[in-house]
Design a protein around this ligand. Structure first.
Ligand SMILES: [Zn+2]
Length: 436
């Protein structure tokens, strides 16, 4: 009896403890050519809607080039670096956008391929990525999500658009590393899965909640109803994972990423079930960020991309959590010299347990910390702050830094566009009068 009790106590204390990796937006480009410049997206094949010129480069960038998507060598480098850090993580979470931009444009009038051949390239992309992780992490659970670039057509419904055959393909490709994927996957590429250390990961297909979604509303409603049921059925230790976060994208022009209806429903569900939720993770923006949700302490944590397509450095994160304490180490690969750099959240920002409300306050009040956050968000050093601002905010804001800073800070604080605008009006120069 005593042994049993001790075991129970040990088991009880072990259940909220672990280490795992999060990465996103791999955008593995199966047509990547190291001898071609970023002007033709490192392609030697013309795109149907891209520039007609195919420009050769002077150098040979085997492991990746800024403003191109990722070659397989980069995916390999990332996976082996992860292995060096932890060879047996509890699990690896990959938050979607496995396909390169423009993959489906490789065919058509100007291209060398036909539609069927291009579709085969799409499928081979998934097979190649999966085989990297099978080789490097044969013992680990790898959990894949669907992003907006992961179908034959971006933002399309998986039932009406790609068809069941496509989902069947993904299911069969992923299940070996992911484990038992439930049948909801066939409804639109969303599912939940348990990890060995008893976490439940709810993998949404947030394309269905995007304002750009092209499909029936019924399907989006079905997924939201499923999500509600999944939360109701969960007792504790839930991670919510998705590709597109519900919030404001500041790239190019600030815009709300989800429709109002699903934004409200999602927020309400998180508020109701907040005691059960450990983390909410997303990708899509290609830079690291976070979003505070109203009336809850659980932020949405957004990850920078593996793909260097926006001129960012590739990267990933290693999370640790134990009881009420959590932290991460953020890794970036400096593409010019192929040097890895890293920082620990709690050390760099002097904040415990990923408390993003505290981080937000310190970013508002301390311009030094804000500059540090911005440069790390795209995988650079503080010395590259000007370049980092440009990558993060696009060119629109670079002439007006105060506007850019206000836009960024308001995007952390508000998830709906109406409130974001009120925030922008309120933001005065008080917080940024220390600009240098
Ligand atoms: Zn992406």
């Amino acid at each position: 009896m005593m042994v049993f009790l001790i075991q129970l106590l040990l088991w009880g204390s072990l259940k909220v403890k672990g280490n795992f990796f999060v990465l996103t937006d791999l955008h593995y480009d199966i047509a990547y050519e190291p001898n071609y410049s970023s002007k033709s997206y490192c392609h030697s094949i013309a795109l149907s809607e891209g520039p007609a010129i195919l420009e050769k480069s002077i150098d040979k960038a085997i492991s990746g080039r800024y403003y191109c998507d990722s070659p397989i060598d980069l995916i390999n480098k990332v996976a082996w670096k992860m292995k060096e850090i932890d060879s047996i993580p509890d699990f690896i979470l990959i938050l979607g956008d496995h396909l390169a931009h423009h993959t489906m444009e490789l065919f058509a009038e100007s291209g060398n391929l036909n539609l069927e051949e291009t579709k085969e390239l799409v499928k081979k992309t998934y097979v190649d990525i999966d085989s990297v992780f099978k080789t490097v992490f044969p013992e680990s659970q790898v959990i894949y999500l669907i992003g907006n670039n992961d179908g034959y057509v971006d933002y399309e419904s998986f039932i009406d658009g790609q068809g069941e055959e496509y989902l069947e393909f993904l299911y069969n490709n992923w299940k070996e590393l992911t484990g038992e994927i439930d049948t909801s996957f066939y409804e639109g590429g969303y599912y939940s899965v348990f990890t060995d250390n008893r976490l439940k990961i709810i993998c949404l297909n947030s394309n269905y909640f995007s304002y750009k979604f092209e499909g029936s509303k019924q399907e989006s409603n079905n997924q939201m109803a499923w999500f509600k049921q999944e939360l109701n059925d969960s007792e504790e230790n839930v991670i919510i994972a998705m590709h597109i976060p519900p919030g404001i994208s500041i790239y190019n022009k600030a815009q709300q990423l989800w429709t109002d209806e699903y934004l409200e429903k999602f927020t309400e569900l998180v508020q109701v079930h907040k005691e059960k939720i450990l983390f909410i993770f997303a990708g899509h923006l290609h830079f690291s960020s976070f979003e505070l949700l109203p009336d809850v302490d659980i932020p949405i944590i957004i990850h920078k991309s593996v793909s260097p397509i926006y001129g960012n450095n590739p990267g990933f994160r290693y999370y640790t959590y134990r009881d009420n304490f959590s932290d991460y180490i953020d890794y970036s690969l400096e593409l010019k010299n192929f040097k890895w750099d890293s920082y620990r959240f709690s050390q760099l920002f002097e904040i415990d347990s990923l408390n993003m409300k505290s981080l937000y306050k310190s970013l508002v009040n301390d311009y030094g910390k804000l500059k540090n956050y911005i440069s790390k968000a795209v995988g650079f050093d503080l010395a590259d702050i000007e370049k980092s601002w440009k990558i993060l905010l696009d060119m629109d804001y670079t002439s007006d830094k105060e506007l850019g800073i206000a836009t960024f800070l308001c995007s952390l604080l508000e998830i709906s566009y109406d409130k974001f605008q009120i925030c922008m009006e309120k933001m005065n120069s008080n917080m940024i009068n220390n600009l240098d």
